[in-house]
Ligand binder design. Structure first.
Ligand code: GAR
Length: 192
């Protein structure tokens, strides 16, 4: 199963997927990392795993539609089946959605619909909620909306700081994203 991963920043989710031999053995092929931030650390991670990188900057295009069209032109020859968003900090427009309907998956560090959008972990921590979590979902045109594939809770411990809570959320994300992709691979392998 050929995928493209989209990321904008650190890339810990990207690396959790890229380093998994279980996923590779089950047929995952990461054809390209699409990154909108030339300085993002995720690019270094991709180089470590010899995964091709395409940096596509929104500021190089007149509007979001043209920006996504440029991305589509890079994906088409690679015969990408799924797009995995892993810390991709942009709203996807109907241009990309129309090209890959029901085949774009996002991970978000909260129990959606709570704390959608930016700084979800910070806002969940500030809210004092005893339980937060992670959501993996197919995307639609909204911000962190669309059919949910999997949600897991992360309990806030009494002594948690924002950093310790964030650390456990990221650990949960990495494990969850691998499992969701594995389920997808197994389903695809069964369908063939
Ligand atoms: C992750 O927590 C991911 O859920 C979040 O960005 C972080 C990226 O971390 N995504 C969103 O908030 C999307 N709305 P990473 O770069 O270390 O994978």
């Amino acid at each position: 199963m050929k995928v493209a991963i989209f990321a904008s920043g650190n890339g810990s989710n990207f690396e959790a997927i890229a380093k998994s031999t279980e996923l590779r053995n089950a047929g995952l092929e990461i054809e390209v990392l699409i990154c909108d931030q030339p300085q993002a650390h995720v690019i270094k991670r991709a180089e470590k795993y010899h995964i091709p990188v395409e940096v596509v900057k929104l500021s190089d295009y007149d509007n979001r539609g043209l920006y996504e069209q440029a991305i589509i032109e890079k994906l088409k020859p690679l015969q990408i089946e799924y797009i995995l968003l892993a810390g991709y900090m942009r709203v996807v427009t109907p241009v990309l959605l129309g090209e890959y309907p029901n085949h774009i998956i996002n991970i978000h560090p909260s129990l959606l619909p709570k704390f959608s959008g930016l700084e979800a972990i910070e806002r969940a921590f500030a809210s004092g909620d005893k339980v937060t979590g992670v959501t993996i979902h197919y995307i639609d045109e909204g911000v962190d909306t669309g059919p949910i594939i999997k949600q897991c809770q992360v309990v806030r411990l009494q002594n948690d700081t924002e950093e310790t809570l964030e650390h456990r959320i990221h650990q949960t994300e990495h494990q969850m994203y691998r499992q969701v992709i594995l389920d997808l691979l197994n389903k695809n392998n069964g369908d063939k």
